[in-house]
Ligand binder design. Structure first.
Ligand SMILES: [Zn+2]
Length: 645
């Protein structure tokens, strides 16, 4: 799949001697170990409501704060409260930061080392746990524990090699459950689940290449058979730069299928920003012409129908307006992805630095209840020229003022092209401003956890029992289960390899190729149709296969049962059989149905004899599909037709 189509790509490669884009990948994946990284809590998330909640305000010590970059410090000073939700099954005093962490989980170290060895990386002599400052509250401690386990790997993909810079073992953060302006809620069941981080060098040059490498790394991690699957278990970060652009970090691409698109959209975004830079230059805009003066427009909007403005004024807030000289028609300019405009970038900055919901700009008005007449008055009051743009914001005075300051800052940065920043991946592959890029010094040693030496002996032992590489697995699957190459490869790329092998080995009556097809092509197409099969546990899928194997339901019924299960992931498959009316027919019941059809079509049978088979088979199957095996129907019907003739 190539997102850079022919002409565009050629233009890139011909005009640039060096590679046009540079991408580095950071892949995070949860381990399915028995325990968390620093305590003996399980690595499962809770589905029950929390048993207790506690409020915290993070107070890092001064020495720690000294190393925090400006953005993190700012967030901290915003003084947000954080409510943590906990239960005794999935967390203990360690996650609550009321007890020091235990030693590094040996199983997690071994899985991490195994993955590292499969990627030909060199393990470190000793694992040192470090603290990485995180002040968004996703860690109760104010930092995330992380440790380098191996360096300088090399992965061979389709004949070419990709350097793996670093492989680390980390603790996962708490998961966000709610957010208001004052309080953020986090569930701490996820906090402490072991996470592997694989970082490639920034040597990938096209969206399709990035996607291929991400898939290959995913396969290596799965080869350990100790990683979790499903949404939320994998998070992919991208570092992307283009010539004359900037290094942009995109965080949290959850789906592999989105990676290529995310890269392409970021390239488009940076190119659009470079065009805007050129245009601003042509319009002779300089940082000195970007005036930070604003005007209070609250009186003007006293009787407005615009909901956001009305609410702000009701809450003793203000409406402020600012002129952006010579920025006319640029704020509405799309930056690659539909819905992502230059104005969206300004708005993101205003939200981050001032905590406002967003801004309104001239290119999107009239709209949001703001009328043509009001706009005319705004233009007059701000003394606007034809080529000018304006920005409005409604909130408490301090916030509104800070928001406009942030907008002006971002407007100045547009003169230089692309500002370096960390962005958040969106479900459509585009991204939004998350925060400025953090400074370098954000790590310091964790003194509560002793370092863990990696001995020659450990490595030798792990090397002697390395799991199959993905290539070896494909070969073996093809041979052992008589699958074709394509199906074996699809299994390898899916999350169901282990489930497939368990099921295929336990089956006598069900063909391995049927099981493989169901777990790959069928599951994929069901997902595309909107059935969340990934929500169904392996155990449930396995018992559906067992129902087929034992003849409780027909093979033909499996698809419908799987759809039902996806809609009712927590229910028992047997309930699905009842709900769908898939009770298997007894032989006698089937015989009676066949006889009824023969009787109804007596004329046809007398005229055509066994030639009546196709049409009879069709009408019988439409009645009994899912309740019996079509082979049995064929057999019985043929016998009866021969007898009748
Ligand atoms: Zn715990």
């Amino acid at each position: 799949m190539s997102y850079l189509t022919g002409a565009l790509w050629r233009r890139f490669t011909m005009s640039e001697q060096v590679h046009p884009i540079k991408v580095g990948l950071e892949i995070h994946r949860q381990f399915d170990t028995e325990h968390k990284l620093f305590c003996s809590c399980p690595t499962q998330l809770s589905e029950e409501p929390p048993e207790n909640k506690f409020l915290r305000r993070l107070r890092p010590t001064q020495s720690e704060l000294g190393q925090v970059d400006q953005a993190a410090l700012f967030e901290f000073h915003r003084g947000k409260g954080i409510v943590y939700e906990a239960d005794h099954k999935t967390s203990c005093l360690v996650e609550m930061d009321e007890e020091p962490p235990g030693r590094l989980n040996t199983e997690a170290i071994e899985v991490c080392l195994t993955a590292a060895l499969l990627m030909n990386a060199k393990p470190v002599d000793e694992i040192h746990v470090m603290r990485k400052i995180v002040i968004d509250g996703s860690n109760t401690t104010g930092f995330q524990r992380t440790s380098v386990v191996a360096l300088n790997g090399l992965l061979t993909i389709d004949g070419s090699t990709v350097p793996i810079d670093q492989i680390s073992l980390e603790e996962d953060a708490a998961r966000k459950t709610s957010q208001t302006r004052e309080v953020t809620g986090y569930r701490i069941d996820r906090l402490g689940i072991p996470l592997i981080e694989v970082t490639t060098a920034p040597v990938l040059h096209s969206p399709s290449e990035v996607e291929k490498v991400a898939l290959a790394i995913g396969n290596v991690l799965r080869a350990t058979r100790k990683v979790k699957r499903g949404l939320g278990s994998v998070r992919q970060d991208l570092n992307i730069s283009i010539p004359n652009g900037a290094l942009i970090e995109i965080k949290g691409v959850q789906e592999l299928e989105l990676i290529g698109k995310a890269v392409q959209l970021e390239v488009d975004r940076q190119k659009s920003l470079l065009q805007i830079k050129d245009e601003l230059k042509n319009r002779n805009v300089q940082s000195s012409t970007i005036n930070r003066d604003y005007i209070d427009l609250t009186t003007l909007f006293q009787n407005t129908e615009a909901r956001v403005f009305k609410e702000a004024i009701l809450n003793n807030g203000v409406v402020l307006g600012m002129r952006l000289q010579h920025f006319g028609k640029l704020l509405g300019r799309e930056l690659g992805a539909p819905g992502l405009r230059f104005g969206t970038e300004l708005s993101g900055r205003a939200s981050f630095w001032a905590g406002v919901g967003g801004i309104f700009h001239s290119d999107e008005l009239p709209g949001y209840g703001i009328t043509e007449l009001e706009i005319e008055q705004v233009r007059k009051m701000l003394n606007l020229d034809g080529e000018d743009a304006f920005v409005l914001v409604a909130d408490q005075y301090e916030r509104a003022k800070d928001a406009l300051g942030a907008v002006a800052d971002r407007a100045v940065e547009a003169l230089a092209g692309v500002p370096e920043e960390t962005r958040n991946a969106m479900p459509d592959g585009s991204s939004r401003f998350l925060r400025p890029r953090p400074g370098a010094a954000r790590m310091y040693p964790e003194t509560d956890v002793p370092s863990a030496p990696i001995t020659e002996q450990t490595i030798a032992e792990l090397k002697s029992k390395l799991p199959e590489t993905p290539e070896e697995s494909i070969k073996r699957l093809t041979h052992q289960y008589s699958l074709n190459q394509k199906l074996s490869k699809q299994l390898m790329d899916s999350d169901y390899l282990a489930l497939f092998e368990r099921t295929a080995k336990a089956s006598k009556n069900t063909q391995a190729s049927f099981i493989a097809t169901m777990l790959t092509e069928t599951c994929k197409s069901l997902e595309r149709e909107g059935f969340a099969v990934h929500e169904v546990s392996d155990e449930k899928i396995e018992s559906i296969f067992q129902l087929v194997e034992r003849g409780t339901i027909a093979k033909e019924a499996m698809l419908d049962l799987l759809k039902w299960q996806a809609k009712n992931p927590d229910s028992d498959p047997n309930d699905g059989i009842n709900a769908l009316g898939f009770q298997m027919l007894s032989e006698t019941e089937l015989e009676i149905i066949i006889d009824q059809h023969l009787e109804k079509n007596r004329k046809l049978v007398e005229e055509k004899g066994s030639g009546a088979f196709p049409s009879l088979m069709g009408s019988i199957m439409s009645e009994v599909r899912g309740k019996t095996d079509s082979k049995v129907v064929t057999e019985k019907l043929k016998k009866k037709l021969t007898k009748a003739a």
